[in-house]
Design a protein around this ligand. Structure first.
Ligand code: AKG
Ligand code: FE2
Length: 527
């Protein structure tokens, strides 16, 4: 899929460039007055010429969404259908699909569009983004003046409709209202089929009804009937709404009933969030931070980690938590190294999965794509491997290959542990994941911090820096305080690279203490 990695969304411009080329050719040869198609192609070309830096462009999730939508929806209805259904131009059909196949280009699918919509919704929920602002591409208050992206009435309608399908009526109705406001001055009148006021109302009226606002639902339903008096669904709904409203009126005017109000169907209570989930959201939003007391003993220093060579250029250590140990090492990778690793991942990454070995699945819990870099196949990584050993003091003999990850639209990784329940089954004699070393390969303008809910800690990505923490106690029992997450990426494209060090081979490097930690912090396991 495309939506789960921004690097994949970037490839969509190639798909479009290809399509523009083919269909311009078609227009010329067929010499038809297909004004609608021509305007559409021009529009897309104009968009392409205006987008500027691709990474910055797709760094805004609104741009990523509208591009997917254009490919999934607009091209189909504005170009493919009018061309292929009305004229006998089979050779074009075959040449276009053959061309796409040859270039190994896959068009985005409905699932991409749904994934992109869910991503936007996640960003709204997590960072409390007002719909009106997001619809103009404004992701943070300080962007107020610079942004003015054009998102069409039809795009807003699509988002609203999907959200209502997901029973997210509150945001759903806001997007539908946005579609309604935009309809009269919709810039994309050439996108077929044109959406109508009635279509918007058909979604909006039941959405308000679900939100408990029967009066407004009724009013909007009447607007449907004003436009189309014979509208079957609306005629039926009118009867239902009028009965409901009449009942409400009689209840409120009857004094006896006033004393004893009827049991209105109460809105469903919000399902209670797990403690770590709630803390995760607060940490990502920046509402919850370490207190001065928690930060009291934390220090920054230069360290050679007892490696003679590193005395020449010591590591910059920023301690983030003493117990459990979490530290940030700065300027570990040069810009060139970070960029080289990213280049390696472009076009190689595939959808990330979660779960135990042999039983893993794709999930909205982790919306990213990843690939693995084996040291054996990439000798250029030798330096970086050595640096990892120097910093951690651990052996990479039992370490996993580097895992390279790119997040998608609103991409996140919900709170989880890096250790597996059953280390034996997953890792055999190498034992569980003892230490995580996480490289940030680029800066992320907004969002995308690594969050430790129980430690009240959000680590913002800094290009070339390395985040390190122990997942296991000294006695190798699981440390449940290390639950962590990747906050949704609000702006930009987040690239990281994970190295997991395992238990085996570290016996003399991180020896256990004289007492067991087996009983420590067990209460956090399922929180
Ligand atoms: O993206 C992040 O910041 C965290 C990633 C992570 O926890 C993982 O890949 O296991
Ligand atoms: Fe993790």
């Amino acid at each position: 899929d495309y939506y789960s990695a921004i690097s994949e969304v970037e490839r969509l411009l190639d798909v479009e460039a290809f399509l523009v080329e083919r269909f311009e050719d078609y227009l010329e040869k067929a010499q038809q007055q297909q004004e609608n198609i021509e305007r559409f192609l021009q529009h897309v070309e104009q968009l392409h010429s205006r987008h500027g830096d691709i990474e910055a462009f797709f760094g805004n999730p609104i741009n990523a969404f509208t591009t997917i939508r254009r490919l999934v929806h607009d091209w189909k209805h504005s170009v493919f259908e009018p061309v292929f259904d009305t004229s006998n131009l089979d050779n074009y059909k075959t040449s276009v699909s053959a061309g796409l196949k040859k270039a190994e280009i896959q068009e985005p699918t409905k699932e991409d569009l749904l994934g992109a919509t869910r991503g936007l919704w996640r960003l709204q929920e997590m960072y409390k983004l007002p719909t009106k602002q997001l619809a103009t591409g404004i992701l943070a208050p300080e962007e107020q003046r610079q942004m003015n992206l054009s998102i069409s009435a039809s795009d807003c309608y699509e988002i609203g409709r999907h959200l209502c399908q997901m029973k997210e009526y509150s945001y759903g109705s806001e997007w539908l209202l946005e579609a309604r406001t935009r309809l009269p001055r919709d810039p994309s009148g050439y996108v077929l089929p044109k959406i109508t006021k009635v279509q918007i109302l058909e979604q909006l009226s039941p959405a308000f009804s679900q939100l408990g606002n029967k009066k407004l639902a009724h009013k909007l339903n009447n607007e449907i009937l004003d436009a189309e008096p014979g509208h079957e669904e609306a005629v039926k709904n009118k009867i239902v709404y009028e009965a409901l409203l009449a009942r409400e009126r009689s209840i409120s005017s009857s004094p006896r009933m006033k004393l004893d109000p009827p049991q209105e169907a109460a809105p469903e209570p919000e399902p209670e969030l797990k403690e770590s989930q709630e803390l995760y959201q607060r940490v990502c939003r920046g509402e919850l931070r370490q207190s001065p007391k928690e930060q009291r003993y934390l220090r920054c220093w230069l360290s050679h980690q007892d490696v003679p060579y590193q005395r020449l250029s010591p590591f910059k250590v920023e301690q983030l938590s003493g117990d459990p140990y979490v530290a940030y090492f700065h300027d570990v990778l040069s810009d060139k190294e970070s960029e080289q690793i990213i280049e390696h991942g472009k076009g190689q990454v595939t959808r990330s999965e979660i779960g135990q070995t042999g039983n893993s699945t794709v999930s909205e819990i982790r919306t990213s794509q990843n690939t693995w870099l084996w040291y054996e196949n990439n000798p250029w990584l030798a330096d970086i491997k050595q640096r990892l050993e120097d910093i951690t003091g651990l052996s990479t003999d039992t370490a996993e290959p580097l895992q390279l990850v790119n997040y998608g639209i609103g991409g996140q990784y919900e709170p989880h542990f890096d250790f597996m329940d059953d280390a034996e089954k997953n890792f055999g004699w190498k034992g569980n994941r003892l230490l995580t070393a996480l490289f940030y390969l680029n800066d992320v303008p907004l969002g995308g911090a690594t969050a430790f809910p129980f430690l009240h800690l959000a680590v913002p990505p800094v290009k070339g820096s390395l985040l390190v923490w122990y997942n296991l106690h000294r006695s190798l029992h699981k440390d449940f305080r290390t639950k962590h997450a990747g906050c949704p990426v609000l702006k930009g494209s987040k690239w990281i690279c994970n190295e997991w060090f395992h238990e085996a081979a570290q016996e003399f490097r991180r020896p256990c203490a004289l007492t067991s930690d087996a009983e420590k912090f067990l209460e956090l396991e399922n929180k």
